[in-house]
Design a protein around this ligand. Structure first.
Ligand SMILES: Nc1ncnc2c1ncn2[C@@H]1O[C@H](COP(=O)(O)OP(=O)(O)OP(=O)(O)O)[C@@H](O)[C@H]1O
Ligand SMILES: [Mg+2]
Length: 238
């Protein structure tokens, strides 16, 4: 759950961002501690824009981002990655021309721990990955590709992982497996997670807090267990 006021791992205040001068996020506040924080919302609500802004890939129009008390608002993405913010984008999370092993090695370029130890850990988490080591990432199935993208980010030894719809388009078995892994990553590795999701039911099963984004505004931020179906529907405008 969230730490006490003022000591959350990630503190975001008044965040505004968008594209080409057009504002998509209209003033977002959130505090994320040692928890799984779900960001729900309909297509176009601004989930990807929020995660990409937190990963410092989209400039802020206003607001601040603090990570462990440090102002990282103006830092470039490689600096926030080095400080422990990992990012798995909704698409293009792997380098297609490189093998699975090479993708993992690139992730492991950040951090001081032995790369071999970290590779062993991601293989332990996703045993199916071992058989794919020599395969070009561009030839992987959708599910395999999501797994490699997630492991590439984990190779950075993140303290906070931003996961953008990791199960979109995957078959039900893969979806269930991936949500189990999300819980495992959080509980056994102590990684905090911000999870953007369309799949509200599954996300609410693993989340501590939830934010429902609606047209770039935080319609609701609360304990996941307290979100009602009516609030969810209203947030999704259905
Ligand atoms: N590169 C871009 N240039 C201009 N507008 C963009 C760009 N990317 C997203 N948008 C717009 O920003 C708004 C929010 O999009 P965003 O991708 O953040 O939504 P989302 O909640 O992630 O949706 P989805 O569930 O479909 O992934 C949309 O209106 C979208 O058209
Ligand atoms: Mg998106």
């Amino acid at each position: 759950m969230s730490e006490a006021n003022g000591s959350a791992m990630l503190e975001v205040h008044g965040l505004r961002s968008g594209y080409h001068g057009v504002e998509v996020l209209k003033g977002i506040d959130l505090d994320v501690g040692a928890e799984v924080f779900a960001v729900l919302g309909a297509n176009g609500a601004g989930k990807t824009t929020l995660l990409a802004t937190l990963a410092r890939l989209i400039p802020l129009m206003a607001g601040t981002i603090h990570f462990h008390g440090e102002d990282v608002t103006r830092l470039p993405a490689f600096e926030t990655a080095a400080r422990g913010i990992g990012y798995v984008p909704q698409e293009k999370g792997v380098f297609p021309e490189l093998t699975v092993s090479e993708n993992l090695t690139i992730g492991g370029m950040i951090g001081r721990r032995s790369r071999e130890d970290r590779i062993a850990e991601v293989f332990e988490l996703f045993p199916d990955l071992a058989a794919l080591q020599g395969q070009l990432a561009g030839t992987l199935s959708g599910g395999e590709s999501r797994m490699v993208a997630c492991c590439r980010a984990l190779m950075q030894d993140p303290q906070l992982l931003l996961l953008d719809e990791p199960t979109a388009g995957l078959s039900p078995l893969y979806v269930d497996m991936f949500f189990e892994k999300i819980t495992e990553i959080h509980q056994t590795k102590g990684v905090s997670i911000i999870l953007a999701e369309q799949n509200a039911t599954k996300a609410l099963e693993v989340a501590d807090q939830v934010m429902v984004l609606s047209l770039g505004e935080a319609f609701a931020v609360m304990d996941a267990a307290q979100l009602t179906t009516d609030q969810l529907k209203e947030g999704y405008r259905i």
